[in-house]
Ligand binder design. Structure first.
Ligand code: GLN
Length: 488
């Protein structure tokens, strides 16, 4: 009989396997995870809403299915969901005052697939309001703390999901990534995040931030779990017309195939935007991949910084339009007013935080009809040029290797004085969203107690190759991560 600690040490696959073989029941696993949430969440604040009753029912259902001879892929695996995905009957807040009290009558496709595969929902995790931010502090439910150092940010916006997986107070977690929101917190918390190709996973039921950039991502403890979960999440959904026909893709198959012959590129000059420890980890990863048979080259991408400007304008423009639906009438919190315009004005003024307002104002400005010729069309043309150059590049190389973020987790409150300075932390990640390309962040070492993440990005639909490379690197990087984060 396994004790709680043993159960928490199992991977997603390990849990599903043990439950399928009836070495463990889904209810045993749930008990161990609830104990972990209760022991850690008071301090870390990864969860906004806990769903233990629902979890108990889902765990019973998983056990019944096993008893009936089914072998669901996520049988009894307790997971967490970022609180911008809908789960029927469970409050969804997006960490915003404006959605206080909103209970969605429907479920997000990614959540539904996970539950249909036998998953057990522990709760909804904290984020920056409407997924806008990089620190998980801009939440009406207070900041999440980095589990490895409680004075630090867990990264954002999916900080709650990343912290929960790192603790672990969830075996894996659903997150969204519009400009880096799954990958950067994964890097800060020492876990793994795959941002798949745009359209690989249905966005149905994910609260829109910037619809053309939003992606659904698994955050997991390791690369194999990531591939395993993506097999369940990916595929066409008639409720999201941008989804691709990927059902049945076996991301785990051939994951140990190695990197021999792959051309992997470092970005010239990236060192100027990364701390010494981050540079050391990127170089170490390159060296490992080279020893394993990859060819390491360099590429010039001098406009990487400008990609952040493009991202900010495109995402704000889409956000300003997407967030118009929060008018105090259809959803959540409603403020009083003598006239409908006052109701909307009061609800929106009181319901949105400063960062969200900043994006709505910038986006509305960029889309203002007298200015669209100046801003929006030109920025979309610049985005098209970025795509052209990146797709060209992937005609010559297989993978770009970059830091996920320029540094390790920063102190909570670091950007209070100058909130827009935080936008720079998305330097390496936004390019994946602007081009729709997949990118995976994995732990590559540490600085003090804090983990460092590196990122592998490939052309659209190259997930299998990225998993292969990440898997090969991970095996060699593990020891360094343990040693340098003191996480033995
Ligand atoms: N940090 C970025 C932003 O603030 C990315 C957010 C995201 O990916 N959702 O916009």
């Amino acid at each position: 009989m396994m004790n709680g600690k043993d159960i928490l040490s199992l991977s997603v696959r390990g849990i599903a396997d043990a439950v399928q073989k009836r070495e463990l029941s889904a209810s045993d696993v749930l008990e161990a995870y609830i104990a972990s949430v209760e022991a850690t969440d008071g301090e870390v604040n990864a969860y906004i809403t806990k769903t233990y009753d629902l979890a108990a029912a889902q765990a019973r259902r998983a056990d019944e299915r096993i008893a009936a001879g089914e072998l669901p892929a996520l049988a009894g695996v307790p997971f967490a969901v970022k609180d911008n995905f809908a789960a029927e009957g469970v409050p969804m807040t997006c960490a915003s005052e404006i959605l206080r009290g909103f209970v969605p009558p429907y479920s997000a496709a990614a959540y539904e697939r996970s539950v249909n595969a036998g998953g057990v929902l522990l709760g909804k995790t904290n984020l920056d309001e409407f997924a806008m931010g990089s620190s998980c502090e801009k939440s009406v439910y207070g900041p999440t703390r980095n589990p490895l150092d409680h004075t630090k940010s867990p990264g954002g916006s999916s900080g709650g999901s990343a912290a929960a997986v790192a603790l672990p107070s969830a075996a894996w977690a659903l997150a969204s990534d519009t400009g880096g929101s799954a990958r950067q917190p994964a890097a800060f918390c020492g876990v793994c995040a795959m941002k798949p190709t745009y359209g690989a996973v249905s966005r149905y039921g994910l609260t829109e931030f910037a619809s053309s950039l939003d992606t659904v991502c698994p955050i997991t403890r390791d690369v194999t779990d990531s591939a395993y979960v993506l097999e369940i999440l990916a595929g066409r959904d008639r409720r999201d017309m941008t989804t691709l026909d990927l059902a049945g893709t076996k991301y785990t198959e051939g994951i140990d195939g190695g990197v021999r012959g792959l051309k992997i590129a470092l970005v010239n000059g990236y060192e100027a935007f990364a701390d010494a420890a981050v540079v050391r980890c990127v170089q170490r990863t390159a060296e490992i991949l080279r020893k394993l048979g990859a060819e390491i080259v360099t590429v010039d991408v001098p406009w990487l910084g400008e990609a952040v400007e493009i991202y900010l304008t495109v995402s704000a423009a889409e956000a300003s339009s997407n967030l118009a639906r929060y008018d105090g009438i259809r959803y959540g919190n409603k403020e009083d007013g003598v006239h409908i315009t006052n109701i909307m004005k009061n609800s929106r003024s009181g319901g949105f935080g400063d960062e969200v307002k900043r994006r709505i104002l910038t986006g509305t400005y960029a889309l203002t009809s007298v200015l669209t010729g100046d801003y929006y069309r030109r920025i979309k043309a610049a985005q098209a040029e970025v795509c052209r150059r990146i797709y060209d590049l992937f005609g010559k190389i297989d993978i770009m290797l970059m830091p996920t973020a320029g540094g390790t987790a920063f102190d909570l409150g670091s950007f209070n004085e100058d909130p827009t300075a935080m936008y720079g932390s998305d330097r390496f990640t936004v390019i994946g969203n602007l081009t729709g390309c997949p990118a995976i962040s994995l732990p590559a070492g540490g600085d003090g107690k804090l983990p460092v993440g590196v990122m592998l990005m490939g052309d659209r639909l190259s997930e299998k190759m990225l998993y292969r490379a990440a898997f090969a690197a991970e095996a060699e990087l593990k020891e360094f991560v343990k040693e340098e984060t003191g996480n033995v």
